[in-house]
Design a protein around this ligand. Structure first.
Ligand SMILES: NC(=O)c1ccc[n+]([C@@H]2O[C@H](COP(=O)([O-])OP(=O)(O)OC[C@H]3O[C@@H](n4cnc5c(N)ncnc54)[C@H](OP(=O)(O)O)[C@@H]3O)[C@@H](O)[C@H]2O)c1
Length: 317
């Protein structure tokens, strides 16, 4: 039986979800891939009673420099040290799987090049749309298309807030507090509500769809913190709904892109994407319009995308 060993940098929400799936569904995955996938090390800065004590380490080198670790899952978050750790792992011949959109979007070209130079895989399906298999779809079943446009609802927090503002007529501040209390918004919601998270994801989508890297800081970005009840009512009068849309269009060889609250006609498929759900609406010259929909966050949906990437590596052993 072939074996694949995995080290997880940051077994928090998402890393923990991936761990749970790899352990609970071990036999199913082994049956489907012919490979036994085993988590052998977890990097965390504090004791965590939910994991076997002998797997825990606070020393990154115990994963990055261990020749017995084949795949590194990076779910620490933040740009550094996550990016340096991923590069170090690939230079040591390890495949890397990550959910970290901020790190992928900030150093996309360097990360992809490091993987290619070292003959390893660098996979990041979980970084856009959580559990929705959007990047794999772009790179595999849809890859015979010239893509011309993408529109995405890529941030669950802002979609939840806009949905509640629309349905309940509540104002932004109150809905944000409610979202924080229910765990749909971070204590510091800036990256979500100001569109920064969606811009990171759009940067990754543009790279894969159009083969061109645009840094998130070069994407005109406007969040939802200034959207008012009056804006929503005016949109409704025009049979539209306000959504935070990550939007990119390729026309005459030029890419225009933005993240901003947009009026979406209620007849458009994206108008029905509510609460914390995400969706990506892609136009290809052969397939026409395709919409992928699902849970854009959460331990198990995002963990499912990470495990999908690991299965890809296992199948190609
Ligand atoms: N949460 C989601 O639903 C979701 C969805 C899609 C993508 N993502 C992305 O997934 C990544 C992880 O998010 P998360 O929500 O799982 O975060 P989280 O729950 O805060 O987990 C992060 C983990 O990384 C560890 N960590 C952070 N910095 C570290 C360092 N310098 N050295 C060692 N360990 C470190 C933390 O350890 P300690 O416990 O020691 O602090 C914790 O175990 C982020 O890039 C996020 O954008 C998250």
């Amino acid at each position: 039986m072939k074996k694949l060993t995995v080290g997880i940098l940051g077994p928090g929400t998402v890393g923990g979800g991936a761990y749970q799936i790899l352990v609970n569904n071990h036999d199913l995955i082994q049956k489907r891939t012919g490979v036994s996938i085993e988590v052998v090390k977890l990097l965390t800065r504090r004791p965590r009673s939910e994991y076997p004590a002998d797997l825990l380490t606070d020393d990154p080198d115990e994963i990055l420099n261990d020749p017995n670790v084949d795949v590194v899952i990076e779910t620490m978050g933040g740009i550094q040290p996550a990016t340096s750790f991923m590069i170090q792992a690939m230079k040591k011949g390890k495949h890397v799987v990550t959910a970290n959109k901020a790190a992928v979007a900030a150093s996309y070209e360097e990360l992809v090049m490091t993987a290619s130079e070292n003959g390893v895989k660098f996979l990041f399906e979980a970084s856009v749309g959580g559990g929705i298999p959007v990047l794999t779809s772009i790179q595999n079943p849809l890859s015979g298309n010239n893509f011309t446009e993408v529109m995405g609802i890529l941030n669950g927090t802002t979609n939840y807030i806009l949905t509640k503002m629309t349905e309940d007529g509540a104002d932004y501040e109150n809905v944000l507090k409610d979202a924080q209390a229910r765990g749909f918004a971070e204590a510091d919601p800036t990256a979500d509500v100001e569109g920064i998270d969606a811009a990171n994801k759009l940067s990754i989508l543009i790279a894969l769809l159009f083969g061109k890297y645009i840094a998130p800081s070069d994407i005109p970005t406007k969040g939802i913190s200034h959207v008012t009840g009056q804006d929503i009512a005016e949109a409704a009068d025009e049979n539209c709904i306000i959504k935070l849309i990550a939007h990119a269009v390729l026309k005459d060889g030029k890419i225009s892109c933005s993240v901003a609250p947009e009026k979406v006609p209620i007849s458009h498929p994206l108008a029905g994407v509510s609460n914390e759900f995400n969706a990506v609406y892609i136009t290809g010259d052969m397939v026409g319009e395709v919409m992928l929909y699902g849970k854009g966050a959460g331990a198990l949906p995002t963990g499912s995308a990470i495990v999908g990437d690991i299965i890809d590596i296992a199948k190609n052993l």
